[in-house]
Design a protein around this ligand. Structure first.
Ligand SMILES: NC(=O)c1ccc[n+]([C@@H]2O[C@H](COP(=O)([O-])OP(=O)(O)OC[C@H]3O[C@@H](n4cnc5c(N)ncnc54)[C@H](OP(=O)(O)O)[C@@H]3O)[C@@H](O)[C@H]2O)c1
Length: 392
């Protein structure tokens, strides 16, 4: 496994999909917070939009512009060969994402995305993990609100508990926020692909080495009133528990027998039932192509919540961890989860891969495995709360 150093490639970071909603926020975050000597470029399919974006960014002269289109695999290869780290917002990833993963795995560039699509992550594991291990590329999916607060929050919680004993962690998510056209399109696409998603999961299981001598998993919980957090807890079948489970499989620190359960926490039962019914309705509609088309016309790619709406949005994930006779309650919290904080998490992840002294990893890895301590510290410095609320 070889790591790229700064003389190997012209750019430390290339941000692909920089002209989209979350891409623009990420570019703005990098322009405002990256170290002065960062060598970075924005990339996308529309050169004019890219140049307009570059002209709006502070320190504009330093930012490169690269044209690349997912329909032109050669342009993606060239992009990957120009960067030490490639961060892409071009989704739905199951539709648009694979060629870039392949290009990064082949060229040894580190790869980051914002996917919340389990099918995509499983397919990329089966098809590109082995090649990335050979070249030293780290393929890190889900570097936004999916799944950083959950993955690093579970990691943070585990580190408050004794070593070498069975551990359980339950995560309870609360948030007040809305979503963009890009997120809505990805969610609808995912809801319409249950069979391929399950097939990809089975295929991954056939390829993945078995865990020997330890157990780690993320079973679905049951709806209940969780008195630990004073709220109704509904199992949340997002990609997050899978990611936490993978971190637990990879890291001995999670102990000999680890279990994670992931919930939405809602204070009032009618609200919980209403939310579940709304998601169920969306899921049912996504199965019918005309209804799916009608829904996707409601919110266009590129649209997203206004700065005022985002300023009022927030998230909080509470974790209850137990093991070895100890119990801890921890919390990860911040502002607008889907966009402002996602852009921050995404940009900080790219900076961490480019510059931090990290454990040696390669292939498909989670955020906790690739960057656990360094990224937690970066996010804390950037204003995201990681704290122990109670412990006994
Ligand atoms: N993990 C999380 O928590 C989280 C949070 C937010 C978003 N997301 C995900 O991030 C993704 C982006 O969301 P968004 O709201 O920013 O979407 P968006 O505004 O629609 O942006 C999509 C970007 O993809 C680009 N693109 C589309 N087709 C392309 C092609 N053929 N070649 C090159 N570029 C292409 C678009 O370029 P143009 O500008 O030229 O159209 C745009 O830059 C979605 O998959 C969403 O689900 C995840």
């Amino acid at each position: 496994m070889s790591r790229l150093n700064r003389t190997d490639r012209p750019y430390d970071i290339v941000l692909f999909g920089a002209t989209g909603f979350v891409g623009t926020l990420t570019a703005e975050y990098l322009a405002a917070h990256a170290p002065d000597d960062l060598r970075w470029a924005i990339a996308g399919r529309n050169e004019q939009k890219l140049e307009q974006l570059r002209d709006r960014l502070p320190g504009t002269g330093k930012v490169g512009v690269l044209r690349a289109d997912v329909g032109d695999p050669a342009s993606l290869r060239e992009l990957a060969e120009h960067a030490r780290v490639v961060a892409t917002t071009v989704g739905p990833y199951v539709t648009y994402g694979e060629e870039l993963v392949a290009a990064c795995a082949d060229s040894g560039a580190d790869y980051l995305d914002l996917t919340g699509e389990p099918e995509f992550v499983d397919l990329m594991y089966v098809r590109h993990d082995a090649r990335a291990r050979e070249t030293g590329a780290r393929l890190v999916h889900a570097c936004g609100f999916d799944s950083i607060p959950h993955d690093l929050g579970a990691y943070f919680t585990v580190r408050q508990l004794p070593e070498g004993v069975p551990l359980t962690v339950d995560g309870f998510v609360t948030a007040d926020a809305t979503f963009s056209g890009g997120t809505f399109a990805s969610a609808l696409n995912q809801f319409s692909r249950v069979r391929p998603m399950l097939a990809a999961e089975r295929d991954r299981k056939r390829h993945e080495p078995r865990l020997v001598g330890r157990r780690a998993g993320a079973p679905t919980g049951v709806p209940r009133f969780a008195k630990e957090v004073g709220a109704w807890a509904l199992p949340l079948p997002t990609i997050d528990p899978q990611i936490v489970g993978r971190s637990a499989k990879a890291l001995e620190r999670y102990g000999p027998d680890f279990r994670y359960r992931h919930y939405a926490a809602v204070r009032h039962l009618p609200l919980a039932l209403g939310g579940a019914a709304a998601v169920g309705g969306l899921f049912a509609a996504a199965q019918l192509p005309p209804a799916r088309r009608w829904l996707s016309d409601r919110l266009k790619p590129g649209d997203g919540p206004s700065a005022e709406k985002r300023a009022k949005s927030w998230f909080k994930v509470r974790f209850v961890g137990e093991g070895g006779g100890r119990q801890v309650l921890t919390e990860v919290a911040g502002g607008d989860p889907g966009y402002d904080e996602t852009a921050k998490m995404f940009a900080e992840s790219a900076l961490s891969l480019a510059f931090d002294d990290l454990p040696p990893t390669a292939g498909q890895v989670t955020t906790a495995v690739a960057m656990g301590d360094a990224l937690t510290e970066r996010l804390r410095r950037a204003g995201i709360t990681f704290r122990v609320a109670a412990s006994r």
